[in-house]
Write a protein that binds this ligand. Structure first.
Ligand code: ZN
Length: 346
């Protein structure tokens, strides 16, 4: 469920816009504009996910799909989080929509919208196949420094399962859980990987079932990040490894990254300090914390950052889909070990 940039963003626009003419239900696969506008809902977030503080200050507002989204900053730990936040049922609708995974230009009869282009997630997730597989192999390599081949690994929010495929090739026992039935089917049929469709938060997993749990590209997307991380820690065997990536929202590089990560479904933004605090409170010890290199292409970079000029230039020279491996400043790959005994907390 990797987050992607959204187009048509208007900062500091706090009043909802007049509703435009709606498309008929059923357009855009299982997605419809009327479905979205009728179903979108928000709920208050009473306390900070990391430190439980109730003190906060306004951070920024953005407008998406004719709705105003607001983020606040915790006055105690600095976590920036959406409040009020999208309800879980609103998010489930998005992640199961064809439009999220394939983009407007790829969906037959996309829903009408007031803006020129609506972007929920990916331009076309499937087209990123070679990049995602290369990225997955790099992540398996990082994990293999702390978790031997043959270990049981669960990936939460595995999408089509590229990481599972790379794990399998490296000799791990890999299982994934994914909200999107379409993505799970893609992974099973194209990558021959084991994916269960469902909501990880709702799964009953016996304590200590896995030696490793990974969550890639979900760093801002869990509905209640403390609840989900607690659930992952419970499912980990003592001494097991939790692996994930995240973007440090307070990294100086953010000013160069345009609208990167400024997306409607970013429910919270970590920084280095509060992510460490969250992990420590869950009896996890950080064993590796490094800048993540991203396999990508100029077309994707232009889309993620909202820098249209990059795409135009790349298309001029015919290199918009050429594979690149770049360090993403402020983006970290983090591995943490579940302490065998909570008293060993550093
Ligand atoms: Zn806090």
């Amino acid at each position: 469920m990797m987050v992607a940039a959204s187009l048509g963003v208007v900062e500091k626009q706090t009043q909802p816009q007049p509703r435009q003419e709606e498309a008929s239900a059923g357009e855009g696969g299982n997605w419809s504009r009327s479905g979205w506008t009728d179903s979108i809902a928000f709920e208050p977030v009473l306390t900070c996910y990391v430190c439980a503080s109730t003190r906060r200050t306004p951070a920024f507002d953005l407008s998406f799909f004719d709705h105003s989204f607001k983020w606040v900053r915790c006055s105690d730990c600095g976590l920036v989080f959406q409040s009020p936040r999208l309800t879980k049922s609103s998010l489930d609708l998005i992640y199961n929509s064809e439009l999220y995974w394939r983009g407007r230009s790829e969906v037959a009869n996309p829903p009408a919208h007031s803006t020129e282009e609506i972007r929920l997630g990916y331009n076309n997730y499937e087209r990123g196949h070679p990049y995602r597989l290369a990225q997955a192999r790099q992540r398996v390599l990082a994990l293999s420094n702390h978790l031997p081949s043959g270990s049981r690994v669960l990936e939460v929010g595995c999408a089509a399962g590229f990481f599972l495929s790379a794990l399998k090739q490296a000799g791990y026992h890999a299982t994934g859980i994914e909200l999107s039935a379409a993505m799970a089917e893609y992974g099973r049929s194209r990558l021959d990987v084991d994916i269960q469709v469902g909501d990880f938060d709702q799964l009953e997993i016996p304590s200590g079932s896995y030696d490793g749990i990974a969550a890639w590209g979900c760093d801002s997307n869990f509905h209640d990040v403390r609840k989900t991380y607690s659930h992952m820690v419970e499912a980990l065997h003592p001494g097991g490894i939790l692996a994930f990536n995240y973007f440090d929202f307070d990294h100086p590089a953010r000013v160069f990254l345009g609208s990167f990560k400024r997306v409607y479904n970013a429910l919270y933004y970590f920084n280095r300090r509060n992510v460490a605090s969250l992990l420590s409170s869950l009896d996890l010890e950080i064993v590796s914390h490094s800048t993540e290199f991203q396999y990508t292409c100029l077309e994707e970079i232009a889309s993620m950052t909202g820098r249209r000029g990059v795409q135009t230039l790349a298309r001029t020279f015919g290199v918009e889909r050429s594979m690149l491996r770049l360090p993403i400043l402020g983006s970290y790959l983090l591995l943490a070990r579940k302490l065998p005994n909570p008293s060993q907390r550093p």
